[in-house]
Design a protein around this ligand. Sequence first.
Ligand SMILES: [Zn+2]
Length: 346
Amino acid sequence: MIKGRYFPAGSARVVAASLSGTRDRLVLHLENEPDAADAKLTSVSDPIAGVPRKLTFADGGVFEAPLGADVDGLLKTGGTFFARLTRLEANLGLVAAVAVVTIGLVFAAYRFGIPLLASGAAAITPAPVVAAMDRGTLETVDRAVFSPSQLNAGRRRKLQAMFEELSQLAGDDGPALRLELRQGGMIGPNALALPGGTIIVTDELVGLAASDDEIAGVMAHEIGHVRERHSLQQIYRVLGIGFMVGLVGGDASQLVDDVVTQASALQALVYSREFETHADLYSVGLMVKAGRDPLAFVGLLDRIVRDAGGSGETGWLATHPGTKDRREAVRKRAEALDGAGETAQE
Ligand SMILES: [Zn+2]
């Protein structure tokens, strides 16, 4: 039984009353009235903290239960415990969902927000700033890591011509592409793309290649890094937001010095796997355009991996992670493009 207040229909009166019985047969007993009456329930207000529950009857009268009254206990005799449990679980579910969403948002901001910012900043960094980054980085790595290429002049000319051919096909949507040949020293067989379009290929990599198509494939991969602005995005990801703001704002000279003196220039060129995959797929497209074998460079990568003896501390593996998993994706893309090309030609 619940004691509460009753508001008769069409009346301003408030009467002390009590409600008893079961949901199917509720009995309303008004104070000072001897006869209890059966009350046909039509609706019950939802439980809200701090708000009394209201039960409305068929004749328009309303019974208001005091705060904390076990209205559900009265209405659902027998099923009460489970009914409450279900409601509690529903609420816990809601709380858990909110928690998951919140954690998800924080994670997403970290995981995708900085890359998104980096990608936006990379897109609007002024060309002279990017060119200055290339000059500064090249000077530093030339001092610290590289020495002049020992390839003979004829070989160098041939590689330059091959690079030129690929650059033409890559189009001019982005910084002008330029090939620099160097002896790799501690980084061995390797290739790097600087944000301003400077691509460095080491003598050691040229030496490991079994065909020009293998070298062309690596060049095309690095061109992919430049055209998709991976290098710049990576530098921004590594160096952070303040740096982005400075460079995008155009206050370059001091900041470029900072990048270079941080000697993290090479570290900043360690790409994410996602970038590697994009560069691979770009390479396949460009190689098909050039009428060269798009799968060739995977063979070269395999040889580099084998030569490195599984250690990835320096060399291509250090700057191009995930090499081992990539063959299949490259092969699929090449097949897809190849199929499309043949159909178009025949
Ligand atoms: Zn790469």
